[in-house]
Design a protein around this ligand. Structure first.
Ligand code: NAD
Length: 475
């Protein structure tokens, strides 16, 4: 079995107490990699290494152009090692290899390139004042950043945090999810190979509560905490951050609503709706897990959508033909299975979907569940979707907003005025009109309500990962 350590201060190391854990391949349900299991000891070592690299090392004092050069070299190495990184995420959490190789690796490299360029090229502001003074802004690195990541897009979501933090001159301690640890160690090795100095990008492995995760979020030498994961974990992390008055960015759960008006281009709406819920087996914060269809279109939509769902290829995630792999872990399978087994409680009609061997759940469609049912309101994080008819725009806007979550929504219509009007009224961080998943890295990304606090992306990441400063000049 391959072994993977923490990466602290430029060295790949095991835990002081020698403890390890294994990563289980959810397709074979066998361990495939052995990983160092950290404790508060390793969390402390990593934070101190990052602190030293920030206070004494070259990284924050380098020109943004020099950091950009090194981060681009790092991105090149990520692309060169794309097969290895993609297979690591696929074996760790069951993501189809076509998605990890075809989407996550290029997006990871792109995140590093984009934020390196953004930090090097973004101007500050100069504010000539009526009094004759001039004020200008500086965006200096904040310090030591702790990044805590989930398992559903391991390397990609890690890079979404690590890239802007590094590009703006911070040093980082990353804790990947315990279900998907391997790609983080590979990335940290590649960062060193690219010439990023020791201590600048550290990785520690372990669990969340009473382990590495909580030790990092409670550490007094940390300046920023950026977290992606469940809403309830976000609350715990926000409390830990508050104790030290550390700014925290929280990207949390979702219950993406997908609104299809009767004038929509149906082929387009179905194609995106299928991708929106079944990509990565529905284990996507943005998953379009509750679809609302205007009544005149509902029968045709349901028939065609269900046929497309049934046609999806479920199987070994390492096989390029596979579109849906197993659920990411035994624990997560048990959670999703709980929703599957209780579909009758939703009062909706199940049109397709079954439990496969092992940790498989095939695409599952429920029509007209109770609006208060768990299936309609809670984040299932699996390939289970509800379809509900609606009659008016007013009604559907109310339904979409009547949710504890506010991460994203989709609107399918050929009526431009309605597209703008509805987009403005939805209380979410992102609205996609006639599409889904398309991202401009300059745009704000985050959620309203239980879906998060703060935004990342472009200048939003700059605000979070720097200490913006005003310098007021009298001349
Ligand atoms: P999770 O909250 O269980 O775990 C996420 C990370 O937090 C893991 O690394 C875990 O070890 C760590 N953690 C857990 N408890 C902790 C604690 N007390 N202190 C410090 N760290 C702790 O989430 P998950 O199951 O890995 O991921 C799925 C969730 O992530 C879903 O809710 C999904 O919607 C959300 N998510 C959100 C986005 C977004 O951008 N908004 C993106 C992807 C996933």
């Amino acid at each position: 079995m391959e072994t993977f350590g923490h990466v602290i201060d430029g060295e790949e190391v095991q835990s002081a107490d020698g403890h390890v854990f294994t990563s289980i391949d959810p397709y074979t349900r066998e361990p495939w990699a052995q990983i160092a299991l950290g404790t508060a000891v390793e969390a402390d070592l990593a934070v101190r290494a990052a602190r030293k690299a920030f206070d004494e090392g070259p990284w924050p004092r380098m020109s943004a152009g020099e950091r950009r050069r090194l981060i681009h070299r790092f991105a090149d190495l990520i692309e060169e090692h794309g097969d290895e990184l993609a297979m690591a995420d696929t074996r760790d959490m069951g993501k189809p290899i076509t998605q990890s190789r075809g989407n996550d690796v290029p997006r990871t490299a792109q995140n590093f390139r984009f934020f390196a360029d953004h930090a090097a090229l973004t101007p500050g502001e100069v504010l000539p004042m009526d009094s004759g003074h001039h004020t200008y802004t500086r965006y200096d690195a904040a310090g030591v950043v702790v990044a805590i990541a989930p398992w559903n897009f391991p390397m990609m979501l890690e890079s979404w945090k690590v890239a802007p933090a590094l590009a703006w001159g911070n040093t980082v301690v990353l804790k990947p999810a315990e279900d998907s640890p391997v790609s983080a160690t590979i990335m940290a090795r590649l960062a060193l190979e690219a010439g990023i100095p020791p201590g600048v990008f550290n990785v520690v492995h372990g669990y969340g509560p009473d382990s590495v995760g909580s030790a990092l979020t409670e550490h007094p030498l940390v300046d920023r905490i950026t977290f992606t994961g469940e809403s309830n974990t976000g609350k715990v992390i926000a409390r830990a951050a508050a104790a030290n008055l550390v700014p925290v960015s929280l990207e949390l759960g979702g219950k993406g609503a997908n609104v299809v008006f009767a004038d929509a281009d149906l082929d387009n709406a179905i194609a995106w709706s299928i991708k929106a819920i079944f990509t990565n087996g529905g284990q996507v914060c943005l998953a379009g897990s509750r679809i609302y269809v205007e009544r005149p279109l509902v029968d045709e939509f349901v028939e065609r959508f269900t046929a497309a769902a049934k046609a999806m290829v479920v199987g070994d995630p390492k096989d390029p033909k596979t579109q849906i792999g197993p659920m990411s872990s035994g624990v997560h399978y048990t959670k999703v299975r709980g929703y599957f087994d209780s579909i009758h409680e939703s009062k909706g009609k199940q049109l397709t979907g079954e439990l496969g061997e092992g940790w498989f759940v095939t695409p599952t469609v429920i029509v007209e569940p109770d609006r208060d049912s768990a299936h309609q309101r809670e984040e299932i994080f699996g390939p289970i979707v509800t379809i509900t008819p609606f009659d008016t725009e007013e009604e559907v806007v109310h339904e979409v907003n009547d949710s504890p979550y506010g991460l994203n929504a989709m609107v399918f219509t050929e009526d431009l005025t309605r597209a703008h009007r509805v987009s403005a009224r939805l209380v979410v961080g992102t609205v996609w009109v006639n599409c889904f998943f398309i991202r401009d890295l300059r745009a704000p990304f985050g959620g309203a309500k239980m879906s998060g606090v703060g935004r990342e992306g472009g200048s939003f990441s700059r605000e979070f990962f720097t200490e913006p400063k005003a310098v007021v000049m009298q001349m």
